[in-house]
Design a protein around this ligand. Structure first.
Ligand SMILES: Cc1cc2nc3c(=O)[nH]c(=O)nc-3n(C[C@H](O)[C@H](O)[C@H](O)COP(=O)(O)O)c2cc1C
Length: 171
């Protein structure tokens, strides 16, 4: 099942983000593809972190984390923040925002307070309450079929129908 499950999930496209936090050793960040919207009221996101992730203990201790939603041209940053044994923050341009590390030229930014955690097999599911959110018009980086790409729109005729459907649903 493991291989079939992996192949199935390879076809489920996801955003690519860098989760960040800070402790006495300085800034920490990790690439994740598990970010998802969880609730509107209160505004919650979820993210699954591998129990072996060094960031996990730091987020649990800090009780807050930053979400850098990457833009389409930030595949290199995604690769850097998945590698071990390097100074990840030396490879990108970033600054402090709300006392959390924020990369430059990202598609979106959120500051989250840890709301709840849930055991999820070899991962821990973190629910974060979004206390600050910003987005830009930059196209997002998307992970699918084990590679990076970006979102592209359907032809305009189908777009209109979908936009109407979504607007009607969200009323
Ligand atoms: C595209 C991509 C998506 C990833 N998504 C996740 C994820 O959702 N959760 C996770 O724990 N690790 C994920 N990883 C793996 C971590 O980025 C990687 O294991 C990292 O080295 C962990 O760093 P840390 O030990 O400093 O926490 C992903 C890696 C890539 C390249």
């Amino acid at each position: 099942m493991s291989e079939e499950f992996r192949d199935l999930m390879a076809g489920v496209c996801s955003p690519v983000s860098i989760l960040t936090t800070v402790d006495e050793d300085g800034p920490h960040g990790v690439t994740v593809s598990s970010l998802a919207s969880l609730s509107l009221d209160p505004p919650l996101v979820s993210v699954a972190l591998d129990r072996r992730s060094r960031l996990l203990a730091r987020v649990l201790q800090a009780g807050r984390f930053g979400v850098n939603v990457l833009a389409a041209d930030q595949g290199d940053a995604a690769a850097v923040f998945a590698r071990s044994g390097i100074d990840r923050f030396a490879e990108v341009t970033w600054s402090w925002s709300g006392s959390l590390p924020r990369l430059d030229r990202i598609a979106g930014w959120a500051v989250c307070e840890l709301w709840q955690t849930m055991e999820a097999g070899d991962h821990l599911l973190l629910a974060g309450q979004v206390v600050q959110a910003e987005s830009s018009a930059l196209p997002p980086l998307v992970y699918g079929r084990r590679t990076f790409g970006t979102h592209s729109n359907l032809p305009p005729s189908s777009q209109d129908a979908i936009a109407q459907f979504i607007t009607a649903m969200s009323r």
